[in-house]
Design a protein around this ligand. Structure first.
Ligand code: ZN
Length: 442
């Protein structure tokens, strides 16, 4: 299963190398600080085994790292997620009949065949996650309002009452879960409800619904029948709603899908997906694609999701046509700050730098050879750089190598301990990304 996902993800990234030169540079890196509320305590009646151990589920601490790295990777590095707090507590925040579940009572409910009591209690509305208690207990509003954190990831066992994602704070909005009221949060606090019975694919899926609902909030509409579709409606269109003129689809519908979850549909459709790698310049040819774009990844949806996320706009400045940011990720991770940034661009209090001719020349003229490589490869640059920095990432977006203070016109990269596979490089000059690309070690 692990290997399969690895391959699918690498394939999806590989396919993206058709990118045209964007007119705007990638947006500045946005740091996103996470507080993880772990709901995986040792169980007294089970010799102190933790929940994930007792049921042989994934270790939530590893899932947390995988999710962080994947989001940093699929956002082309414009997001820099970090795990700043991990609360590994013995307290559960799920209430059943108003009473908090204990470690022993929750364990015995999960040992029950078919989880009958948990399911029926959830369906009848007899159980719920006490968000207000969690927020108070860990002082999360104060941390959010002093910018020590941006968001919260609750990692719990199945049916722990949490929403896939929801939000607290003043003027909070629906992000696939209701607004949490009665808190002291001034700024917005998104809270992901993640489940370590499921894998990284499900976490990326839940995050995707948060993305969709945020974009609905940004554009104020999500309809496929509107006469004048907005850019979110364009982006998320798929074959069943816009036959033969789909763009990138959404979490449930790949662009060639006629039904939801058809991530392994081999039917071809013509899409405008490639244009989004050049946002906001939506020009270029349609191309016929099917699920081989994301390796027809039927088991988990990670291949399709990573393909979808990688098309999500991540560029600097605002779109002159709709005055929204060209970096949609910013709205997802910090909506208030994104709107302020958008307004600053639009009233010219911050100037917008188009990708300079100089930067264009840098990235256009880079020749990487040999690629694939076995022991060493070289980057020949079109122009001399001073104090550049080269970073190498694996397919999960984890940084695995960094070369600093590079000066000159040629960079030699030694293989050292890189195993066979696909990697991505990012060449930076004074914190600007001037080139990104793919390299293969074999
Ligand atoms: Zn879903």
């Amino acid at each position: 299963m692990k290997l399969k996902i690895l391959f699918a993800a690498s394939f999806a990234f590989y396919k993206l190398n058709v990118t045209a030169q964007p007119a705007y540079p990638p947006a500045p890196v946005k740091n996103v600080k996470v507080a993880v509320v772990l709901q995986d305590p040792p169980i007294p009646s089970q010799n102190g085994m933790r929940f994930h151990e007792l049921f042989n589920w994934s270790d939530p601490l590893i899932l947390v790292e995988n999710l962080r790295d994947s989001l940093n990777g699929v956002s082309h590095g414009v997001l820099n997620y970090s795990i700043d707090y991990i609360y590994d507590d013995t307290l559960f925040f799920e209430r059943m009949g108003g009473v908090l579940l204990t470690r022993d009572s929750f364990a015995s409910l999960l040992l029950e065949p078919g989880w009958t009591t948990l399911h029926s209690s959830e369906q009848s509305g007899n159980s719920s996650f006490d968000y207000n208690m969690m927020i108070d207990y860990h002082n999360l509003c104060a941390k959010r309002d002093s910018n020590l954190i941006n968001e919260v990831w609750v990692y719990g066992p199945p049916i722990n009452g949490s929403w896939e994602s929801c939000m607290a704070g003043s003027n909070a909005f629906w992000i696939n879960g209701p607004v949490i009221t009665g808190t002291t949060c001034s700024d917005l606090l998104p809270i992901m409800g993640l489940n370590y019975e499921r894998g990284l694919d499900m976490a990326m899926h839940s995050y995707g619904h948060r993305v969709e609902n945020t974009m609905l909030h940004v554009y104020g509409r999500w309809s496929y029948t509107a006469a004048n579709p907005n850019n979110w409606e364009r982006f998320s269109s798929y074959d069943a709603v816009w036959p033969d003129s789909a763009h990138c689809g959404n979490v449930h519908f790949p662009p060639n899908a006629l039904n939801d979850y058809e991530v392994a549909n081999t039917n071809f459709t013509t899409t405008y997906a490639d244009q989004w790698l050049n946002y906001p310049v939506l020009t270029g040819n349609q191309r016929s694609i099917n699920c081989t774009e994301w390796n027809c990844d039927a088991e988990g949806e990670l291949g399709h999701l990573s393909w979808w996320y990688r098309h999500f706009p991540y560029f600097d400045c605002t779109n002159p046509n709709d005055l929204k940011l060209n970096n949609w990720w910013h709205y997802v991770v910090d909506y208030n700050e994104a709107v302020a940034t958008q307004n600053a661009f639009n009233n010219n209090s911050v100037s917008c730098n188009l990708l300079s001719v100089e930067d264009l020349n840098y990235s256009k003229d880079i020749i990487l050879s040999p690629n694939p490589f076995t022991t060493q490869t070289s980057f020949a640059l079109g122009k001399e750089v001073k104090n550049a920095c080269l970073k190498i990432y694996n397919i999960f977006g984890q940084e695995i190598k960094e070369m600093k203070n590079i000066t000159g016109q040629k960079i030699n990269l030694n293989r050292e301990n890189l195993s066979n596979g696909i990697y991505f490089y990012k060449l930076m000059l004074e914190n600007r990304v001037i080139a990104t690309g793919k390299l293969i070690a074999e």
